[in-house]
Design a protein around this ligand. Structure first.
Ligand code: BES
Ligand code: ZN
Ligand code: ZN
Length: 500
């Protein structure tokens, strides 16, 4: 059961854990004596002073547990810090049923916009910190947090921010579920079915193409990758129309490889252990649509999701095979493990044909991005520096990290093929994330602003439990896409070219 979030004006009687954020300003001995008279000595004895990530626990009345969580100096309390506080609070309460987070003292020190953004982020944190993937546990723990009350004074706008934060957190957790589901369970058909359920729930339009339609549409990249599989491919087009006249159209493309064995260019055993995550881009886009009504962007948003696994059955795509993509471009496949770009090529062609104002794709595309930036920072590349900058700013506001890489024109010849228009791997040695981006760029129509986010590092967490993450899928991308759509301003058609 997902965590139920309740906005409240006072601490509900049922709460068995109460968590409170303390800045260093509120954590001085004098302030503690004023704010929490009974507990001040116990807190001071534990050395608690409100420093970031300090946690002190005391016993309250009627068996209640009180959890004091330091958030550092007031000036450093931003939405990211409050999101982490929320996650820390729900982790601290994981063996209880009812949590209350009391932010009344802290919020009196924040101005109104910060309270609204803070309430949203802290609620996201509560939901993210309560996430567990238990679908395959035969005896899932019965001890789970069921409700979290956000205790705060104030307006309807705060309650609305709490509701929005709850929806966004749940959508990110939904993306995590999709990533965590094994490749043999979450087949392309099953992933498309999840898209259908979201569309029905959110009142969105959806088209699910099966093999015959994919053939009719000449999606040669998707069909090529699917050739080694016994599972039929799917192509999902899902769209949101705003209630009023839209301010433009944003296209979202997500890589939906439900399992990447590498195909005949097979991965090592180690290398494919986590390859159920290779639909992390599609999961982020579906997570976006799961919360789109709650966020209610003013633009139209259309998602394009190619789905297949990458396997090595008897008629699998062979190194050397040539594919003809949706737009007629031919591609010599020299490594069947560079499959993401093949299915994304067709999806970018279809997105381009609809002439949106901008396209953003998310893909677990290259191992190289993790070499370059690690597992906490995604790479962003694009054909329009201004739009790419907008994507970066939305990511900052949403608390998701990314850093730009260039698309230099003089690297493009690394993709020249002797027999076809393009080869699917670079002739050069390094820069794998860049050359993958240059490959994708070939399939974006001129004049459409496009940003590509390589999430191969960030879609998956393997460093052990922290406040917001457990091992497995992270749901990276959901929040930044929602924030981008919420504030979307169509880029001007005369494109500011990318520096390279
Ligand atoms: N799905 C992988 C990329 C990946 C690697 C995602 C590690 C998450 C973690 C992708 O399809 C792939 O195999 N890319 C190759 C490209 C190479 C053959 C040019 C890679 O990165 O090694
Ligand atoms: Zn691959
Ligand atoms: Zn892949």
């Amino acid at each position: 059961m997902p965590l139920k979030i309740i906005p409240a004006k006072s601490i509900p009687a049922v709460a068995d854990v109460v968590a409170m954020p303390f800045t260093t300003e509120l954590g001085t001995p004098e302030m503690l004596r004023v704010l929490v008279a009974k507990d001040a000595d116990a807190l001071l004895a534990q050395g608690f002073a409100g420093r970031s990530d300090q946690v002190a626990i005391t016993a309250g009345a009627k068996g209640r547990t009180l959890v004091y969580i330091g958030v550092g100096p007031r000036a450093s309390v931003d939405p990211d810090r409050l999101r982490r506080f929320g996650a820390q609070a729900s982790r601290a309460a994981k063996r209880s049923k009812h949590l209350a987070v009391d932010v009344r003292a802290l919020f009196t020190d924040l101005n109104a916009p910060d309270r609204i953004a803070g309430a949203q982020a802290l609620t996201e944190g509560l939901v993210l910190g309560s996430y567990r993937f238990v679908e395959f546990k035969s005896k899932p723990s019965k001890l789970t947090l069921t409700t979290a009350a956000v205790v705060v004074r104030g307006s309807d706008r705060i309650s609305a921010a709490i509701a929005e934060g709850a929806a966004i957190g749940a959508a990110q957790n939904f993306a995590r579920d999709l990533v965590n589901r094994p490749g043999g369970t979450l087949t392309p058909a099953a992933l498309a079915e999840e898209a259908r359920l979201i569309a029905r729930r959110e009142g969105l339009s959806i088209k699910v193409l099966g093999r015959a339609q994919i053939e009719r549409m000449r999606l040669g990249g998707l069909l090529g990758v699917n050739r080694g599989s016994t599972q039929d491919p799917r192509f999902v087009e899902i769209s949101y129309d705003p209630p009023a006249a839209s301010v433009g159209t944003l296209a979202l493309v997500g890589k939906g490889i439900t399992f990447d064995s590498g195909g005949l260019s097979i991965k090592t055993g180690e290398g494919m252990m986590t390859m159920k995550m290779d639909m992390g881009g599609a999961a982020a886009v579906l997570g976006f649509f799961a919360a789109v009504r709650a966020v209610a962007p003013a633009c139209r948003v259309v998602g394009y999701l190619p789905m297949t696994d990458n396997m090595s059955d008897g008629d699998a795509m062979r190194p050397g095979d040539v594919l003809t993509m949706r737009n007629g471009t031919t591609v010599e496949v020299l490594n069947t493990d560079a499959e993401g770009r093949l299915i994304l090529a067709d999806a970018l062609c279809l997105a381009s044909e609809a002439k949106p104002d901008a396209i953003v794709d998310l893909a677990t595309l290259t191992g190289a991005v993790e070499i370059a930036l690690g597992s906490r920072i995604a790479a962003v590349l694009g054909n329009d520096d201004t739009f790419r900058g907008e994507v970066e700013k939305a990511a900052v506001r949403a608390g998701e990290r990314m850093w730009p890489l260039p698309l230099p024109a003089d690297y493009r010849p690394y993709l020249d093929s002797d027999v076809a228009d393009l080869r699917n791997i670079s002739k050069g040695r390094g820069g794998g994330t860049i050359t993958a981006g240059l490959f994708l760029k070939e399939f974006v129509a001129d004049g459409i602003a496009w940003a590509h986010i390589d999430i191969a590092g960030t879609a998956w967490w393997a460093e052990g439990e922290n406040a917001e993450n457990s091992n497995g899928g992270t749901g990276y991308g959901v929040r930044l896409l929602l924030e981008l759509a919420r504030t979307f301003n169509p880029p001007r058609r005369t494109k500011t070219r990318a520096r390279s």
